[in-house]
Write a protein that binds this ligand. Sequence first.
Ligand SMILES: Nc1ncnc2c1ncn2[C@@H]1O[C@H](COP(=O)(O)OP(=O)(O)OP(=O)(O)O)[C@@H](O)[C@H]1O
Ligand SMILES: [Mg+2]
Length: 285
Amino acid sequence: MSEHQGAFEEGLYSMGEALKRAPQIRGIPTGVEGLDELFFKTEFVEGKPRKVPLGGIPSYAVINLTGVSDTGKSLMVEQFAVKRASEGEGVLFVTVESPATFVSVSLKERAKAMGIEPSKVEERVFLVDVASYNKLRENLPDLLNTLAYAIKKFKVRYTLIDSITGLYEAKEMMARTVVRQLFNFMKKWYQTAIFVSQKRSGHEDLSAEAAGGYAISHIVDCTIVLAKELILSRSLANLYKVEVGDVVRLFRIDGCRLCGHDTRTHLMFITETGLVKVGPPLGKR
Ligand SMILES: Nc1ncnc2c1ncn2[C@@H]1O[C@H](COP(=O)(O)OP(=O)(O)OP(=O)(O)O)[C@@H](O)[C@H]1O
Ligand SMILES: [Mg+2]
């Protein structure tokens, strides 16, 4: 009997073998003004490091987009879905909070605001309606089978989940297990994915703390935090150059393990037509 009986050789490879199978990271334009310039990679020219903008979020990343209610998370993923579909790519939109019919209207609004003819994208965005079908919410294997079926059938490269929090709301101690399985699934199917997660409290507004439950940011590749602040003091109003009583929206990339990224806190805006835009960093206005 071999001394190494039971060793799982398939799970063991050299760095060189792993590199051969590694996907090339490139930037995926998001349709969110001001966001695509915030990710970069480092290239070496004559031995010297040089920052090269990616021009979008890193491909194959699983991104946790988090923030308290009404911070612009859904608008942002809708813009991303419309943008990718408008460039001829398949997008899977897993809607957990709002039924698919409502999301479709919202996507149509977003397309119009972005100057994209809705008919150009409506056959490329596919909705998985977890909000209406409890079976999909309660049973993760069923949900994963449905996603795998849709990814194969519609040649999907982008999967958006709004929100993952809704997949474990009655069993928060399962959060990490659910997110881990979804993360592994996205990796297996080479998806670039955005998981929206609901941040429970406004405490530590711009950190990933309390984002989507327990320590989810340790699992995903990248975390983006959205926040809003009601300005109630004259000193804050002066700092942000707004009036007392205004709401200031903020954006921050909390971390990304796939590439370099901007680390500053940026102003964020939601236009009258409902489009999210990332503005200048706070120190630079
Ligand atoms: N069509 C629109 N026109 C103008 N402003 C809009 C429009 N749609 C949404 N907004 C503004 O954007 C805000 C953020 O909306 P969004 O639905 O993206 O929030 P969210 O972060 O997904 O919140 P939740 O966690 O509750 O789902 C809304 O509260 C509203 O102020
Ligand atoms: Mg939302």
